[in-house]
Design a protein around this ligand. Structure first.
Ligand code: CFM
Length: 543
């Protein structure tokens, strides 16, 4: 037994034990002990979930409509499919937004669907789609309409792109479609890529209006969950840095069409948007680097790196002033909370970037992350971007179009790559991402696409003080006597980004891990009431 439970290798064996041999082999590759954090081992990632295993993953449509494009607030988003897909993607992600100028509209509270019926499946649904676009246009007169294909649309072969093109000509507004059928990939990750391609083809670069600001950037891969983008914007504004577009959180169609006017792209969520960063660099010359505004260290480092990129003494000094002022506020909160959180443990299983980013916040609180994993990330998100050339392309990845992007003849700004090269020579890193495993402690557990069975075993063996996860397993975890912080939706909390966000997070985690209520959680079928592991031996917790 280690300090907190069995050693990671034993725990891994225990989790794998019940599976049939073939499943054991596959899951075994996706569950690693982080033996050499500096040179992470190869993890099995972005492969199909074994049927029958309860996964936390979503579908390609969710990644495209729900994650990347859905948050653009003044586009009308129409789901072409049976009503369920539209219904379940209706406001179920907390990518909040607000109107910032007179005359603006916010369509995010609506859910539009073609409500496909059996006869559309038999005879085709293209007419229905054209009618839905017309109806939506007549009702709302939006600047743009986007259409999302769901599974049956791909199966029956409706040509949504032709319908969109015809309606675009007829109505004179931008209308475009996404072939993001749920089955298009092994998870929502495929939908991210499809969405990136579509945003790049149909929006980026449409508006060349100059932007009057000294330091202009875009934040890529920030979706304003619980108001994160607003906190990042607040801090950057204090520094004098202007955000043209946040893709895609609290963002308008016009901002996206104009965001190629930026000097720099910084990437928050590498998984969902690294394609866009690369394509914008190829077409317009805009360099990118990875940032992380989750956690105090990450926030400070990211601000300093942006300032360093621009290289102006005035900006560099201003950033230091902002950091000092913000830290003076958050420091006492952290100091107080650390007296209660130090030495506590956490496990994080989230999406494709948060299981990594949030480790910084737990580190701030002096808590130990004993196990972590993504739902749908790729090897580069675990092991670092340098493994990209070694990732095997399988049939599932081949399903998704790779756009061939070349430099824009008139708008490629050659000064930017030159600046990038000069900075690189002085040790500045661009186009890089180190991945989760390098940052995790030696001999911790890394589990890709964790199953419910594995989660239960993990709790029985380690009984962490808190688990960061999502709605699909929140109540399973809590019934086992462990508090679960939803790191997708933040439950009802947030923002958690930046300085004020960090303070919010410390307070929420402190409350969740200090309350005695979890020790009272006792399932009625535990005769005689066996208390959870915090009080007794771990194995009684979920048995
Ligand atoms: Fe990126 Fe996200 Fe995430 Fe993601 Fe998501 Fe999300 Fe997530 Mo839920 S884009 S990969 S597909 S950071 S919705 S805002 S929380 S799984 S870790």
């Amino acid at each position: 037994m280690g300090r907190y439970g069995p050693d990671a290798a034993t725990a891994r064996e225990e989790m794998l034990k019940v599976y049939p041999r073939k499943t054991q082999r596959k899951r075994g590759k996706q569950m690693l002990v982080n033996e050499n954090p500096a040179t992470p081992a190869e993890i099995g990632a972005n492969s199909r979930t074994v049927p029958g295993i309860i996964t936390q993953r979503g579908c390609s449509y969710a990644g495209c409509k729900g994650v990347v494009i859905g948050p653009i607030y003044d586009i009308l988003h129409i789901t072409h499919g049976p009503i369920g897909c539209g219904w379940y993607s209706w406001l179920s992600r907390r990518n909040i937004t607000k109107i910032r100028a007179d005359g603006e509209v916010n369509f995010l509270q609506y859910s539009m669907s073609t409500d496909m019926q059996e006869d559309h499946i038999v005879f085709g649904g293209e007419k229905q789609l054209a009618a839905a676009i017309q109806e939506a246009y007549d009702e709302f007169h939006p600047k743009a309409i986007s259409v999302y294909a769901t599974c049956p649309v791909g199966l029956i072969g409706d040509d949504i792109h032709t319908v969109c093109r015809q309606m675009k000509e007829k109505l004179g507004i931008n209308i475009f479609g996404f072939s993001c059928e749920g089955y298009k990939g092994v998870s929502q990750s495929a939908g991210h890529h499809i969405a990136n391609n579509g945003v790049f083809k149909h929006m980026i670069g449409l508006d060349d209006s100059p932007v009057e600001a000294k330091y202009k950037i875009n934040i890529l891969g920030e979706y304003n969950i619980g108001g994160d983008a607003w906190e990042i914007d607040r801090v950057l504004k204090l520094c004098g840095i202007h955000i043209i577009g946040t893709l895609s959180g609290g963002v308008s169609y016009d901002e996206i069409c104009n965001c190629h006017m930026a000097d720099l792209n910084v990437v928050m969520c590498h998984r969902s948007i690294n394609y866009m960063a690369e394509m914008m660099e190829e077409k317009f010359g805009i360099p990118w680097f990875k940032v992380n505004f989750i956690g105090l260290e990450g926030t400070k480092k990211s601000l300093r790196k942006i300032a360093q990129y621009f290289g102006d003494k005035e900006l560099i000094d201003r950033v230091e002033e902002v950091i000092a002022a913000e830290m003076a506020e958050v420091r006492p909160v952290l100091d107080d909370i650390r007296t209660r959180t130090t030495g506590k443990t956490a496990a994080l299983f989230v999406g494709g970037s948060r299981a990594h980013h949030y480790q910084d916040l737990f580190n701030d609180m002096d808590m130990q992350v004993i196990a972590a994993g993504y739902e749908f990330a790729h090897r580069d998100d675990y092991e670092g971007r340098d493994v990209l050339p070694h990732i095997k392309i399988d049939a599932d990845s081949r399903n998704i179009e790779e756009l061939v992007v070349t430099a824009d003849e008139t708008r490629f700004d050659a000064a930017k790559p030159e600046k990038k090269k000069a900075l690189e020579e002085s040790g500045f890193t661009f186009s890089d991402y180190e991945g989760m495993m390098r940052q995790m402690a030696k001999d911790t557990l890394v589990i890709d696409d964790i199953s419910h069975h594995e989660m239960e075993k993990l709790i029985e063996m380690y009984h962490p003080d808190v688990i960061g996860s999502g709605i699909k397993d929140k109540y399973v975890i809590e019934k086992m006597g462990v508090p679960c912080k939803q790191l997708h939706s933040y439950d009802y909390g947030g923002p958690y980004a930046g300085f004020k966000g960090a303070a919010n997070f410390y307070k929420d985690i402190d409350r969740m891990t200090s309350t005695k209520v979890w020790k009272l959680a006792r399932a009625p079928w535990h005769e005689g009431g066996s208390a959870p592991a915090a009080e007794k031996e771990p194995a009684t917790a979920g048995a």
